[in-house]
Design a protein around this ligand. Sequence first.
Ligand code: FAD
Length: 909
Amino acid sequence: MEAESPLIEILLNNKVKILKIGKYNETEFEQLINSLSIAEKDRQRILKKIEELGTIDVQRLSKELQLSEENISCNIEYLKELGLLGFVGEKPRFFQDVIENSEKKGVFPSVNLIKERKLCSGCGLCVSICPVNAIDYSEGTFEIDDESCIECGLCYSGCPRSFFPKVLENLEENHDPNVKFLEELNYYRNIYTAQTTYPRIKKVGQDGGIVTTLFKTAFEQGFIDVSFAVTIGDEPLKPLPVLVESGEELLKTAGAKYTNTPVLKIFHDAKDYNKIAVVGTPCIMKALKKISFYPLNKPFYNNVFIKIGVFCMKSFNYDKIVEILKNEFQLSPSDVKKMDIDKGKFIVYDQNNEIFDVPLKRINKYGRFGCFFCDDLTAEHADISVGSIGSEPGWSTVIIRTKQGADFFQKALELNKIVKKDIEENSINFKELSRIAKSKLKKYVDQYPVKMIEQDPKIRTTNFEEVPKGLTTELVKLETQRCLQCGLPLCVTGCPVNIKIPEFIKLLKQEKFIEALYKIKSDNLLPAICGRVCPQENQCEKTCLLNSLGEPIAIGYLERFIADWERKNKLKECPECAAPKGIKVAVIGSGPAGLACAGELAMRGYDVTIFEAFHAGGGVLTYGIPEFRLPKEIVKDEIETLKMLNVKIEYNTIIGKTLTLDELKEMGFKAFFIGVGAGLPIFLKVAGLTLNGVLTANEFLTRSNLMKAYKFPEYDTPIKIGKIVTVIGGGNVTLDSARTALRLGAERVIVVYRRSEVEMPARREEYHHALEEGIEFQFLTNPVRFIGDENDNVNHMEVIKMKLGEPDESGRRRPIPIENSEHLIETDTVIIAVGTRANPILTKSIQELELTKWGYIKTDEDGKTNLKGVFAGGDIVTGSATVISAMGTGKKAAKAIDVYLTNKYLNMN
Ligand code: FAD
């Protein structure tokens, strides 16, 4: 035996352990190693050739190596996934991050990665192929026992949800003239509607009883020794995979089971049988096809006589079925006689034959996450696919796919075990099948997320116009097609204001733009703002299931599109308000927290007034974030929506100075929301802070944005900018300051950040934009002092190099100065952007208000402070955060204010 890859080496190193466990005996172990070695040899030859030619041109490699194109394509996928084709620019799709951080090269991770990314379909193959029995699949999902695991990666390489080579998708006899192709059904020979002739099977079987009949026939004819089936265990309805050795035994298992069963976990137990029949959902068929190519278990895959696949929209595990029964029907499994899916409904028959049903749509949310990753309704990788869609009651739709399937089906017909009718391609039944299969086709796999058109970096640094230009309707259409419409959408849970993202995307896809707008505005009144500045990559797009595959839906772009479409069409849609309640509420501060709170309260019928210290609304949206990222017209426009909800705004009113909270009470306000932000700049503790040319980002950006200094002398606020500007920090404020300085005429702008690029909290998109614009970055560098000339104008900054130590309380690695690494940077303007803290003007004026030791307002989860009727949210509670999180706290507080006021003033009895 020759060891060629870490996989084989790991198995050989663990031979004693594997043999002791007893899953493989000595001969079987040798067979496994031999089959892997044969495959490995091909793979090594292919890899060498790619290195020699520097290309992955399949045709050329096939010619040079005299191997089939299928073989080459599949091995390329395998090598790519192992991270071995990086030198020709081919990156692994599913676990690039794992490979980059792994010391071991050329070996797969464990299938735990699939579980983490919620992609598991529950086929159970990993259990079967693990040579050390380290995987347990009993409670709806698998668990890996780390102690037993030898980290060989066999489980991952066999998993159908890891990487599935494109070429395997349609390998099926595509040169045979009898084979037809339809995108939604893949390759097939014939489609029938068929029914059993066994009266007993008709009684217990589902639809036409075809699977049971075909397997029974196979037993009777001696075609098979064993078949995979599902039986009920001690718990009612709980399905257990079993091996069945006769037609009679098989009959006992007939009936409907809608929970997905890890059927392939018993695959290994079937290795002593010569002729095996397997039935299962599309993912199970896919798993079989994958291991048949990567010959992990080829010795016993060769024994599969027939594979019957059953149609599947989505799968549920047993626990979820119990939940559905409890929540939707108030039934327990022991009350149930039979379950069925028909005509878009999930149907339950109880022990008295009473029928209950709910639309399938309603139970989507109980499905497996990973199921939305599958685009196969009709089990394309089977020999014969069977389902009810496209047939009359009591009949099954049968798709014959392979020659093996065709011969076997023909035999059953000749023996009169079944009867069939053709389904013509222009028949209603065929159209129905085609329509539903098409609805499950997902285009996301090969379709990349859309890109926005952006202003050229060279041009945009000379103006303050917005950088990205938004999506066209065409691009929106493409992007919405990629959405999986998950039953339990993770994107919604990732959004702090829980926008109903899939519903909104569905409406966009149908080009129902007004409806899409209403949908989004019912949860978020500031979509044009959030679509531009929300860190979606850390929120909705991070939790999007497609992110597990690399490219999430561009939710932010879509949100921005619909808001811009509204403005472009001069519409002004806003949600309906409840009848006026005649109760006054004061909102202090017009930042995102205040605006969201005011909007939510207005919709609930309250009489809301916002008090704002500045002469313009929007908080940081107006005075902090620059025009080229968020045009002020847009902020104004979204504030107008609030006015349509009858929200009043009093500008130039500093609560705590112009008016006190007590005075507001005297004016009749019954509840208060404080959303005053945390805008007081933090200074560095270094020498030279008072030199001319050293300023805070807060002052710099406020001058530029709010006072329109960038339009001086048209506006009367000047701003002085030097030739070499250094900006200190690593967040959004830093990049906004740096990019503003460039636009105001700086020749060089250098960002100095004490941690590394990875730790930088700024939005990735903005970092990317800054790089494009020529901003320089000096990472792991920290200022020591600022140095000035004889007129006290700053001209240098002394800095020290840093290294990263252990993570600090923020979870980021702590920067530590490197001794004797001090050096000078030439600069004539220094902008300090190292964070902000709470401004005490308001909080000091309300003496009893409880604060944290840093001066932020203490609240409970709903925004309630220690004072009756006083609520708070946004940065003044959380410290500097994000627009959407501030909005989330504002909305939450509005709901709590509603409860407070309802109890106090409206539920008088
Ligand atoms: P603020 O937006 O600060 O609003 C508070 C409002 O209260 C202000 O209008 C203020 O004038 C007013 N006020 C204060 N005191 C009083 C008083 N006593 N009486 C009356 N009114 C008062 N977040 C993102 O999600 N994405 C980004 O890209 C992003 N970029 C940023 C860039 C910059 C330059 C800055 C500074 C922040 C950025 N943030 C970003 C953070 C985000 O803007 C804030 O987290 C968010 O605005 C906080 O909202 P808020 O309503 O709590 O406070």
